[in-house]
Design a protein around this ligand. Structure first.
Ligand code: FAD
Length: 481
């Protein structure tokens, strides 16, 4: 049984029991990867129930270091999540809604803890948005039954995708496209909430686990690069659509420019809703004077890739459990050359475009889409190193690390040509900054070797043509076996 079915069965089995559950003294929304007030399906439902019954809404967030370890969450992303929580707490506070946050060492303990908290607050209705990762679906299925046994109704919503996984066929026929309707922001809690739940308002954002802590210098850098919170996400969306969005078609593949939205950290943390992104882009496209410009439509189709990979995860979870997307690739004899892997991680392969991209990742915890394709292809097809090592390294370092998109990006395996950008290399590989013209792409072969050597830039760790041949032979062998 697929985990999404396990969850569906749990919801169906408990539906009758959950029908007449009394309201209790509060309603709880459990925040996970939906750290926003704006256009949050489950939050809106929770708020409506609370408002209709004149009881307070409580926000809950539980952080487990084991979750961070299991998904290899990068310190930059942990920091971003914690900063986002701080903003969320402030925004909810303005509506007199408390955000209770705590750390649970063991993630297995989370379902029992959620139930215990609901009991403490005498809340009989718990709300949450569905996450499509395998462990998360199983956790929620367990919690649905656990809650039901204690007289608590756990109400789940599809929210993170623009088109929920079970709606694909319907979407094709576009019979009922209400999935493109944004939900409303919650209103204020009853006035006396600050008295009745006073201790919840003093809650502090948990400190990150030791192995996920950034240096002060890195913290400052990321705060500047990616200010947290939904206001920032919405502002970035607006700026992008007004300015760069109209040139997206033309500029999106230029690694050196800033032709893309860099909204991925916000979408991954849920501080921006993908639905809002698409609705706003569609509106901007309608208002666009040049009707022949398909840039925003192209951008929307890129956001659809995010949905696509989540659908793959929900419907075919087995291919996301460390398996290859193409079964015939299972038999490839990967090499485990530590020195080459290190060189790739550190951006010292001697291939300037690869090195620029890997240094961009180390320096900014983000990488341009095209560069992600180039370095993933280089790792698996030039170095013949198991792509799963690269996938993991990405998660450990990206601020936008998303299991489904990352696994999809790596698993489908890209076969992109190198398409080097001189400016990009000059920015991220300062050793080559002074080399003029096209020689920067391959200094040792194009007459700039002495200059590169003097600055300590490495020679290529493999010979591109030969290593491709070797990799192709391996792929062919795996296919035949
Ligand atoms: P834009 O071009 O402005 O696109 C807007 C949004 O659409 C993105 O923020 C993202 O949410 C979505 N999107 C765009 N392209 C893709 C795509 N190919 N696949 C899935 N979603 C897409 N994206 C992640 O969010 N997290 C990851 O961990 C991740 N790992 C990747 C690993 C590899 C090997 C590859 C090839 C791609 C990966 N991507 C990942 C997809 C893509 O590279 C990033 O989403 C994109 O670069 C983010 O930049 P942006 O916000 O400026 O994108």
């Amino acid at each position: 049984e697929r985990p999404i079915e396990t969850l569906e069965h749990a919801c169906r089995d408990t539906a009758d029991q959950n029908r007449d559950v009394p309201i209790g003294k509060a309603v709880v929304h459990w925040f996970k990867t939906d750290l926003r007030l704006h256009d949050n399906r489950s939050l809106q439902k929770a708020q409506e129930l609370a408002r209709d019954n004149n009881v307070p809404l409580i926000g809950l967030y539980i952080l487990s270091p084991e979750d961070f370890t299991a998904h290899c969450v990068s310190p930059a992303r942990v920091d971003f999540i914690l900063r986002t929580l701080q903003r969320l707490q402030r925004d909810l506070g303005e509506l007199d809604i408390p955000l209770y946050m705590e750390m649970q060492e063991k993630r297995k303990a989370i379902p029992n803890r959620v139930v215990a908290l609901c009991q403490t607050w005498e809340a009989h209705h718990l709300f949450g948005n569905i996450e499509y990762e395998v462990d998360e679906l199983r956790r929620d299925a367990k919690l649905v039954r656990l809650c039901s046994g204690k007289g608590i109704a756990f109400n789940l919503s599809h929210d993170t995708c623009v088109v929920p996984p079970w709606l694909v066929e319907l979407a094709a026929g576009a019979a009922n496209p209400d999935y493109l309707e944004a939900s409303e922001e919650p209103g204020s809690n009853p006035r006396d909430t600050r008295q009745s739940f006073a201790d919840l308002f003093d809650c502090k954002v948990p400190t990150p686990p030791g192995n996920k802590t950034l240096t002060e210098e890195a913290k400052k850098k990321f705060e500047k690069l990616y200010p947290a919170g939904e206001h920032e996400g919405l502002q970035r969306l607006e700026n992008f659509l007004e300015e760069k969005g109209k040139q997206y078609e033309k500029n999106r593949n230029l690694t050196s420019g800033d032709g893309t939205s860099v909204l991925s950290p916000y979408l991954a943390a849920g501080s921006l809703s993908a639905r809002t992104a698409v609705i706003t882009a569609k509106q901007a496209n309608k208002n666009c004077l040049d009707r022949n410009d398909s840039s925003l439509a192209t951008w929307i189709s890129e956001v659809a890739w995010r949905d696509f990979y989540k659908h793959v995860l929900a419907h075919w979870p087995f291919i996301c459990m460390n398996k290859c997307f193409k079964p015939e690739h299972t038999n490839i004899e990967w090499e485990y050359d530590e020195a080459k892997f290190e060189a790739w991680c550190e951006g010292k392969t001697g291939f300037p475009i690869v090195d620029a991209a890997m240094r961009q990742l180390r320096g900014s915890a983000w990488m341009h889409n095209r560069s992600r394709m180039v370095v993933s292809s280089f790792l698996s097809k030039d170095l013949l190193i198991d792509w799963r090592r690269g996938e993991r390294y990405f998660m450990e370092n990206l601020i936008d690390g998303d299991f489904a998109s990352n696994h999809g990006g790596w698993g489908f395996g890209s076969n992109e040509r190198f398409d080097p950008e001189e400016e990009y290399i000059r920015h991220w590989v300062p050793e080559l900054r002074d080399i003029k013209g096209k020689a920067i792409h391959d200094p040792y072969e194009r007459g700039a070797g002495a200059q590169a050597e003097k600055k300590g830039y490495p020679r290529p760790i493999v010979e591109h043509g030969a290593s491709r041949e070797r990799a192709l032979a391996q792929f062919k062998k795996a296919l035949q076996s």
